[in-house]
Write a protein that binds this ligand. Structure first.
Ligand SMILES: [Zn+2]
Length: 315
């Protein structure tokens, strides 16, 4: 494949034939690295995806390196993605440019990854987000006349904004777990997968004793959320305390990772799809993500590391 089937940019690819034939590793300047096959290319053509749907898939791939597109996750998940809010997208772009900067004040040359990181359909939409960052003095853009490409620079207010976004307990290595503590095997397995994922990402999981946790929000929970770096929330079974803990953590500015059993998604009291919720199913004592068949544990680790970097608990 010489052209990315999602964003149509020129891409590098290599094909391998394992037990499943014609798999392609794509390296796209906009979508990043992902895996697909020729059937998917055909399916995408047949689905008549809108520009917005393609942009959402491209953004998702950029944020989830190594993702494998299958016909199942294309139809059940990827084409239903919704973009985050305007401000979240502006923050994403700012974070991406800061990440590429070796030092505060560095100028970073525009490339196609800016479009996917800001969940944009095209450069025109990226311009709207860039304009917002310029107006708020978080970023500056200059044009290099010789190469006619824009250079982006994070300004002091931008660095301050990013610090504010990440300052919630910068030294903490604790990940708080909010979930239903029903006494059933499935939730027990999910709890195990979550704590293992947090550990694999290099953080310390904290699951407050379930007896204290059942009917009231006690001081201990407030205290523990306040001193956590992030919170993993599983909404399965719709427990009020779980909603409270998610909202409290979000209000503190902590990173929140959203999970829910696939069957329960429609019962949620609000639409959490905008938060990139990880959906799971259980099968033969394993907890899987149905959209890419990865283990929940593996997927959650990857999400935590991609948002917060590797934690200090493991080299
Ligand atoms: Zn692409």
């Amino acid at each position: 494949m010489e052209q990315c089937p999602i964003c149509l940019n020129k891409c590098k690819s290599n094909m391998w034939t394992g037990d499943r034939i014609y798999l392609y590793n794509i390296d796209c300047p906009q979508c990043g690295n992902y895996t697909t096959n020729t059937k998917i290319e055909m399916l995408i053509g047949r689905r008549n995806l809108t520009e917005r749907q393609k942009a959402n898939i491209s953004a998702w791939l950029a944020e989830n390196e190594g993702y494998e597109i299958t016909s199942e996750n294309l139809d059940n998940f990827l084409i239903k993605l919704k973009p985050p809010s305007f401000i979240d997208r502006a923050d994403n772009l700012l974070r991406h440019i800061a990440f590429k900067s070796d030092f505060a004040g560095a100028s970073i040359q525009f490339d196609k990854s800016f479009i996917s990181r800001a969940w944009c359909v095209n450069e025109k939409e990226l311009q709207a987000i860039t304009d917002y960052l310029i107006t708020t003095k978080r970023m500056a853009v200059s044009i290099e006349p010789e190469i006619r490409l824009n250079k982006y620079k994070v300004l002091p207010d931008g660095w301050i904004r990013l610090e504010e976004l990440s300052k919630s307990n910068p030294k903490s290595s604790q990940g708080f777990v909010a979930m239903s503590f029903s006494n059933n095997e499935e939730m027990h397995l999910v709890g195990k997968a979550i704590t293992a994922a947090i550990g694999d990402a290099g953080y310390k999981p904290l699951m407050v004793n379930k007896i204290e946790h059942v009917n009231k929000i006690c001081d201990e929970i407030i205290y523990q959320i306040r001193r956590s770096k992030f919170v993993v929330v599983d909404f399965t079974e719709q427990k009020p305390n779980v909603y409270f803990e998610a909202g409290f953590a979000k209000g503190l500015g902590l990173e929140v990772f959203w999970l829910c059993k696939k069957e329960d998604i429609d019962k949620l009291h609000f639409d959490i799809r905008q938060y990139n919720c990880i959906e799971w199913i259980s099968e033969k004592n394993e907890i899987y993500c149905p959209d890419d068949k990865k283990l929940l544990q593996e997927r959650l680790t990857q999400r935590i590391v991609s948002m917060l970097g590797k934690g200090p608990e493991k080299s």
